[in-house]
Write a protein that binds this ligand. Structure first.
Ligand SMILES: [Zn+2]
Length: 458
């Protein structure tokens, strides 16, 4: 019995999540995401996966973000013949994300890495798992999803197999959300040691050495910035992942509207993706937490209010860029590397009345990181743009658990004696710091695998 795990992405980096588990020649992939950030990332996105793709029985998606699903269509070209599994909401989101990225791929100057037909081929293999905590058998693997609290449908994935009659299990954390965040349930901590124990854990570490501000400050800060914008007539630009962050911000703004604090200031969600994602959120209310369910029962749809507008097509987007007076604009991409937020930034960064609110993780070498670090000049489409806008980071809105949140999640996991951890999905210093924390606090063997590294699971 040979079991091994190959790290094909998000190893000493935050993007490109992809893990290949092999047990006696049967393969399972967990996530197959896009690398983001620079030229090197673009090159790596085009490289074929150095694994036996036809031997992969299933690809399990932890959630629908591009950096977890974006390389999926490449598998179609490599002879993938398995199933694409995940929570129903995850598959809905993945479909929307992949259709969108196929469109972008067409415009790639290096030629498309894949086409709509590859997306279609993978979509036809999608099959929703029955939900959380319901094991499903695929070849030698038993696969179970647990709430990860990150975005709609997000899951930690436990995979069990038998080795010489003994059960062995690995848990992939997926991206872990923040406990106490609104709308969705918290990352699962209610494990059953008899059923859920694991020998190996692959855990994310995006904020492995950082703490977020408290949640209560988020609303205050948001309120402060919005009030300032109303006073000086400026724009509030919020670069946000269309999926997850956008809905969480809408939830916060809805609460402000209900409390009479938004004074009719228009809120524009610019981009078709944000719109479709919000619809998917409204379809899967089974993923909502108690508070959001209470709102629904009272007749308040938590992601809708009168002053909310959406700009679906390009013309509506241009109109949003030219909008007079104060407005809150939410647009992708979250790290400002692409998407419609760039048009708004180009137009409004030189205006000192503009506020840019950074609400998500900003990876190195992205425009978002440049703004966060206070650069006074940035380049947008080859044009130098002066930054006179105020840039504020609200870390409490992050979609990722912070250092203590990650450790708390780990502390609840039922681990078998000798359990080991692989710390991934973080920039190297973050991953190393979190690995140290795991071994100091829990006495587990914690490694920070490199890209392409193969770990024996025995
Ligand atoms: Zn994510």
């Amino acid at each position: 019995m040979v079991a091994r795990l190959t790290f094909l992405g998000a190893a000493r980096g935050v993007t490109g999540s992809c893990y290949h588990l092999e047990v006696d020649g049967a393969g399972l992939l967990v996530d197959c995401g896009t690398f983001q950030g620079d030229r090197d990332a673009e090159r790596r996105n085009r490289e074929p996966l150095a694994i036996d793709v036809p031997g992969v029985l299933a690809l399990v998606l932890t959630h629908g973000h591009l950096d977890h699903v974006g390389r999926t269509p490449m598998l179609a070209r490599a002879g993938f013949a398995g199933k694409v599994l995940g929570h129903g909401a995850t598959l809905d989101i993945a479909r929307v994300i992949l259709d969108d990225s196929a469109k972008l791929a067409r415009r790639d100057p290096a030629g498309p890495a894949y086409g709509a037909e590859d997306v279609e081929a993978m979509a036809s293999r999608m099959s929703a798992l029955p939900g959380y905590r319901k094991p499903v058998r695929v070849g030698p693997f038993s696969i179970t999803l647990y709430d990860a609290g990150h975005i709609l449908g997000s899951s930690s994935v436990r995979v069990e197999w038998s080795s010489g009659g003994q059960p062995r299990a690995i848990l992939f954390s997926g991206d872990l959300g923040v406990a106490g965040a609104p709308l969705l349930r918290d990352p699962n901590t209610a494990w059953d040691p008899a059923r859920d124990s694991v020998d190996f854990v692959v855990t994310e570490s995006t904020y492995g050495d950082r703490l977020h501000g408290p949640r209560s400050e988020v609303r205050d800060e948001l309120q402060r910035v919005v009030e300032r914008a109303v006073r000086d007539g400026g724009k509030v630009l919020i670069p946000a992942f269309s999926i997850g962050r956008t809905q969480e911000i809408l939830y916060e703004l809805n609460a402000m509207v209900e409390a009479g604090k938004l004074a009719g200031i228009p809120v524009v969600v610019d981009g078709p993706l944000g719109l479709s994602a919000t619809r998917i959120y409204e379809r899967h209310t089974d993923c909502y937490d108690d508070q959001a369910m209470q709102l629904l029962r009272r007749g308040d749809r938590p992601l809708e209010f009168d002053s909310l507008h959406s700009a679906g097509d390009a013309r509506a987007s241009r109109a949003a860029v030219e909008l007079d007076g104060p407005a809150i604009i939410i647009a992708g991409s979250g790290m400002c590397q692409g998407g419609r937020i760039r048009h708004h930034l180009q137009r409004h960064l030189p205006d000192p009345r503009t506020d840019v609110l950074l609400v998500g993780y900003q990876a190195g070498r992205t425009l978002g990181r440049d703004l966060q670090e206070g650069r006074k000049q940035v380049y947008l489409d080859g044009e130098e743009v002066e930054v006179r806008a105020r840039v504020t980071t609200i870390s409490g809105l992050s979609a990722h658990a912070d250092r203590d949140g990650l450790a708390d999640w780990f502390s609840h996991l039922p681990r078998r004696p000798g359990a080991a951890a692989f710390v991934t999905h973080g920039e190297e210093p973050q991953s190393r710091a979190f690995a140290r924390r795991l071994s100091d606090r829990f006495g587990v063997r914690a490694e920070v695998p490199a890209m392409g590294e193969v770990a024996k699971l025995d």
